[in-house]
Design a protein around this ligand. Structure first.
Ligand SMILES: C[S@@+](CC[C@H](N)C(=O)[O-])C[C@H]1O[C@@H](n2cnc3c(N)ncnc32)[C@H](O)[C@@H]1O
Length: 259
């Protein structure tokens, strides 16, 4: 059994070094390490960006355990014309959206995650209803007013590199008048409220559902090092979010774009 110090050593915050920044493209560096001197041991947001590119399957194992609340999926429209999702990742939400619109445009900057997403979409047999393309919040490669729903899940933040004022304006530009912009599993609720976003939260206890008790411990060592001892003590594959110390994926903020 590993000590708390060893658990901490295996954590995301200790996983990469500035030498790994070479994996980022120039466009990515300009957003995620604008000073050119980022350190993923200090800036955990940068560590996440490196994870998506260096160990995308590890990231996919994590999100496979962190399913969205069914209420969130119920709330999202079932019969949209075109849906644009920004920061689609490995498709946690995208796979739920395909089939709800004539077309889903999934925008994702990290190439390895796009590759996973394309593979998963092909496996659904509905891959022809989705387009997976590169892009960033602040420069969406989509015409104005074309989407009934523009959505981001666990991707948008007020920070410029991960959305910010420019990113929100872009999401609203792409949305048609009368359509909806939705930020699923939002942080910074006050910031979104100040930008005219209403909030919906769905009830009920929620747990992350890892593939096995051993997988729960292995992933907690990396992503929830402060919770490893408790995850190990419980010995269960289901781990309540309050044990992990994060808010569960049970909410969203949304705005209807005025007609
Ligand atoms: C925590 S992941 C969430 C992925 C997916 N939406 C999900 O729920 O599983 C954050 C995602 O946002 C993407 N991302 C980060 N910065 C971005 C930006 N500036 N523009 C668009 N996407 C971005 C990342 O590449 C990553 O796929």
């Amino acid at each position: 059994m590993s000590s708390p110090e060893e658990d901490e050593k295996g954590s995301l915050a200790r996983r990469y070094t500035p030498a790994d920044l070479g994996v980022l493209t120039r466009d990515e560096l300009s957003r995620f390490a604008p000073g050119g001197d980022g350190d993923p041991r200090v800036d955990v947001t940068l560590a996440w960006e490196l994870l998506y590119r260096l160990e995308p399957d590890l990231y996919d194992r994590l999100v496979s355990a962190e399913r969205l609340h069914p209420g969130v999926l119920e709330w999202l429209p079932r019969d949209a014309g075109r849906i644009v999702e920004v920061g689609a990742g490995a498709g946690r939400l995208t796979l739920e959206l395909v089939g709800r619109g004539r077309e889903v445009v999934a925008i994702e900057p990290a190439r390895p995650l796009r590759q996973i997403l394309v593979r998963k979409l092909a496996g659904t047999g509905q891959g022809d209803r989705a387009r997976v393309i590169p892009g960033f919040f602040d420069a969406l490669p989509v015409a104005s007013g074309v989407a009934d729903l523009v959505v981001a899940c666990s991707a948008f933040t007020p920070a410029a590199g991960h959305g910010g004022e420019a990113g929100l304006a872009e999401m609203e530009r792409v949305c048609r008048p009368g359509g909806c912009v939705a930020i699923v599993w939002p942080n910074h609720l006050g910031w979104l409220a100040a930008h005219g976003y209403a909030y919906v939260c769905f009830d009920g206890p929620m747990s992350a559902e890892f593939a096995s008790p051993a997988e729960a411990v292995a992933l907690a060592r990396i992503f929830y090092p402060h919770a490893v001892a408790e995850v190990r003590r419980r010995g269960r594959r289901r781990v309540p979010y309050d044990v992990l110390g994060i808010n569960p994926p049970c909410d969203l903020a949304f705005k209807r774009v005025p007609r």
